[in-house]
Design a protein around this ligand. Structure first.
Ligand code: GDP
Length: 424
């Protein structure tokens, strides 16, 4: 019933489907946990009998522990999107536009020299954290991170190139709620692909659990070999990754280029070829919903204005079409990330639940079999005892009869003897 509901919700709100799936899975595991606890209780009560072996008890305990671990894990599961592209193509601007807020620093001065991961926080005030270090760092450090890294006197712990700076941003702020963060989407902004060729360790460390990759390209130039190489590696390591391409700064191209439609066609042909033929990550049919021509700056500014965060929004001619294209991208992106995350993350948990139920059934069956064996053994013993007892009873009756006869006879003999003596 709940799955049906979630399907209905999914048509309008794909992001909600992930949370709904999490809830359904939570209920399934909750019931499984109760069943295991009940079985464990029953096994404890019948400890005196030997038809529940130590192995069977241990297996139930192990299932109980796995359920706990899995329940903890999927509470933390999320939908992950990784942004890639050269520096200054507009990755941070695009992320901010999608968040309807200026969360990440943007602009030429800022060097994203490590991975920045934006995730939702229940707190009212955001904070930063480095890798798994629990120490909370003031949000103000975010804009200074580039400088802080090169400053030996910095308060920040040491960071490597593939370190992860986690940005915990409030899900709900004064200006409104953040839909993506509210719905467990985690956004990863990468160092510009032009800055470091250390792709392999990046991919292994940060991208293997990604559901979607967004390549932010600069519409004014073509893809570089570095950008292509990165995705070729990703496609090799992950089977059929979901890749979107945003031709950003389309406002600038439209303003400067006369034959803009021809340029757009050229870009489309190249990107289609890249996704379909070179990366082989989507079909001719799917590719149309993977390439978009946008202006993240226009979208960000109009969204900031709508929230009353800025007075004026930058908008160039033709902004309406680009804004629709951006929304179209977001719609396809949300459907894709939710489908992928449910498929990869929850299907595994679902499979585990099936396995555990199968193990529990086998465990119970073998306990029942040995209980039945024990019962028939006891039954045989009881039958044997009854037979012996009956034999005893027969023997005893015979003995009693013989005894009575003997005593009667004895008494008669004694009586005769006594009377004889008397008469003598
Ligand atoms: P990143 O290094 O890829 O994260 O790029 P940023 O998001 O920091 O953007 C670099 C610069 O390009 C900033 O000054 C942005 O304002 C500008 N920018 C980003 N997107 C657009 C866009 O769509 N149009 C225009 N005209 N400028 C943009």
């Amino acid at each position: 019933h709940s799955l049906k509901n979630s399907r209905r919700v999914a048509d309008n709100e794909p992001l909600l489907r992930f949370r709904e799936a999490k809830k359904v899975l939570g209920d399934v595991y909750g019931e499984l946990k109760d069943n295991v606890a009940e079985l464990e209780g029953v096994y404890k009560e019948i400890k005196e009998n030997d038809f529940v072996s130590a192995e069977q008890r241990e297996e139930i305990e192990a299932i109980r522990d796995s359920i706990k671990t899995i329940m903890d894990t999927f509470q933390r599961d999320n939908m992950k999107v990784v942004f890639f592209g050269r520096t200054s193509n507009g990755k941070s601007t695009t992320i901010n536009a999608m968040l309807h807020e200026k969360v990440l620093p943007q602009g030429m001065g800022h060097t994203t020299c490590c991975f920045l991961q934006v995730e939702g926080s229940e707190d009212e005030v955001g904070h930063l954290q480095l890798d798994d270090n629990p120490q909370k760092i003031d949000m103000k450090m975010l804009g200074k991170i580039g400088h802080a890294l090169s400053d030996e006197n910095s308060d920040l712990p040491a960071m490597g190139q593939d370190s992860l700076l986690r940005v915990f941003h409030p899900k709900q702020t004064e200006s409104g709620e953040c839909r993506l963060l509210q719905n467990d989407v985690v956004i990863l902004d990468s160092p510009g692909v032009d800055l470091s060729p250390e792709f392999d360790s990046w991919i292994d460390k940060h991208c293997l659990d990604a559901d979607v990759f967004v390549l932010v390209s600069n519409a004014e130039s073509t893809l570089t070999q570095a950008e292509k190489n990165f995705f070729l590696r990703v496609a090799k390591k992950l089977s059929k990754p979901n890749v979107f391409i945003l031709n950003n700064r389309w406002d600038a191209s439209a303003a400067e280029t006369e034959n803009i439609e021809d340029v757009k066609k050229q870009h489309l042909t190249r990107f289609r070829q890249f996704l379909v033929d070179e990366l082989e990550v989507c079909s001719e049919r799917e590719v149309n919903d993977r390439i978009f021509f946008v202006s993240s700056r226009e979208v960000l500014e109009s969204r900031l204005k709508a929230r009353g965060l800025v007075q004026k929004a930058y908008q160039a001619e033709g902004h309406g079409t680009r804004a629709l294209e951006f929304q179209n991208f977001e719609r396809h992106f949300e459907q894709c990330i939710s489908r992928s995350a449910i498929h990869t993350k929850f299907e595994a948990h679902n499979r585990r639940a099936h396995e555990m139920i199968g193990k529990m059934r086998l465990n119970l069956n073998s306990v029942l079999t040995s209980a039945a064996e024990q019962r028939s053994k006891l039954q045989n013993e009881l039958n044997e005892a009854t037979r012996t007892f009956n034999e005893c009873r027969v023997n005893f009756t015979q003995f009693e009869k013989a005894y009575r006869e003997q005593t009667e006879q004895l008494r008669a003999e004694v009586h005769l003897k006594v009377s004889a003596d008397f008469f003598e």
